[in-house]
Design a protein around this ligand. Sequence first.
Ligand SMILES: *Cc1c(COP(=O)(O)O)cnc(C)c1O
Ligand code: SF4
Length: 387
Amino acid sequence: MIFLEKEYWKKFPIWKNVSENEWTDWKWQIRNRLKTAEDIQKIIPLSEKEKKSFKKTSNIYHFGTTPYYFSLIKEFSQNNPIYKQIFPSLEEIDENIQKEAFLDPFKEDIMSPVPGLTHRYPDRVLFRATNFCSVYCRHCMRKRMFLEEERARTKEEYDRMFQYIKENKQIKEVLISGGDPLTLPNKKIEYILKNLQDIPHIDIIRIGSRELVVNPFRFFDEELLEIFERYDKVWLVTHFNHPDEITDITKKAVKNILSAGIPVLNQTVLLKGINDNEKIIENLMRDLLKVKIKPYYLFFCDPTKGVLHFRTDLKKGIEILEYLRGRLSGLGIPIYAADLEGGFGKVPLFPEYLIKETDDYYLLRNYQNHLVKVKKEKRKREGEGGV
Ligand SMILES: *Cc1c(COP(=O)(O)O)cnc(C)c1O
Ligand code: SF4
C-alpha cells in the first residue's frame, strides 16, 4: 500500500493552490479532469511521439483522467503501469495489430432485449447506466462507447429497463455497469437502486465501478454512504490492476463502504506490460486483501478493438494461478476467466490438479507437484440400482 504525504499534490505546479477540501472532493476531481494533450503539457512536456499519439487517437477514442489517478504515476515513463492505462498509444489504431479485434466482441448490444440491458445468463442481467467515466482506461472492454457522445441514460430508458426486469422473474441479480455508474449524481443512483431493490425477485444488485481506483473520494460522500445503507441488496465490484493503485486513501474509502454494509470485490484484467507477471499479481492480491477487498476475477484481456495490443497469451493467466496457489492465502486467489467471443459467456480456466483417473482412483497433484491417490467411492454394487 502506498502512503501519500499530506498535500502531496502541491508538488505539481498546476495544483499548488488546490486546498485539501478541493482535492478530496469527488466532484472537484471530476470537474478538473485532464482531458487533452494541452492539459497534460501543463504538468509535463510530451515527446513528439506522445503528441502524435494524442493527435491521431483523440478524435477516435476519448481521453481523460482524474488528477488523483494521474498523481499516482510514480515515475513519468511510458513503462509506468498507470501511465499505460491512461495515455493513448498508436497501437490502439494500428490496423495490423487490431485487425482481429471486434467493436462489440460479446454481442452486448445484440443480446439486448431493451436498450441498455444485456441478458446473457438466465439469472442475471447487465444494466448499462451511463457511458461516462472519470478515467478512460485504454484497455476498456467497452471501448466502443468511447466513440459515442458521453451521456447518462434518460429516466424513460431506465423505466423500460426496470419493466423488463420486473417481467422476467428468473432474473435474480442486476449488474449495474457503464461507463461508470458511480459517476452519476446521487439522485440518479438512488432512483436506480430504489427501483431495483423494490423488485421482489431481485436478490443482488451488483455495482461495477472504477471510482474506488480513480476517485476514491467518491466514498467519503456522506449522501452516497447513506444511500448504500438504505439499499441492502448492493454489492460493489471494482477494478484494480496494479499495486500502485492502492493507497492509504483506498483503505479509508473501503472502510466507509464496508461500514455501510456493502461487500467489496475486485476484477483485474491481465494486461501485457502492466501486470502480466507473477510477482505483480501476487503483490496486487496481497494489497487488496490488506485493504479488505476480495479478489474475484482475473480476466484474460478481451479481443476488443483498440485494446488487442494489451492481450497476453491465454496460458499466462494459468501460469500465474499456478504460482499463486500455495504461496498466497486462498482468499487472495481470483478465478481466471476468458469471456468467449460471440456472446458465449465466461469460461473459468484452472491449472490441472486432477492428473489422472483410473477405475480405482484419481491422481491429484498439490502445488509442490507432490502426487497423491484418492480412492474412488464404489457406490454402485451389483444387484442394487446405481445413483
Ligand atoms: C460478466 C457478465 C455477467 C456476470 O457474470 P459473473 O460470472 O456472475 O460475474 C453477467 N452478464 C453479462 C452480460 C456479463 O458479461
Ligand atoms: S472505468 Fe471501466 S468502463 Fe470506464 S473506461 Fe475504465 S474499464 Fe471502461
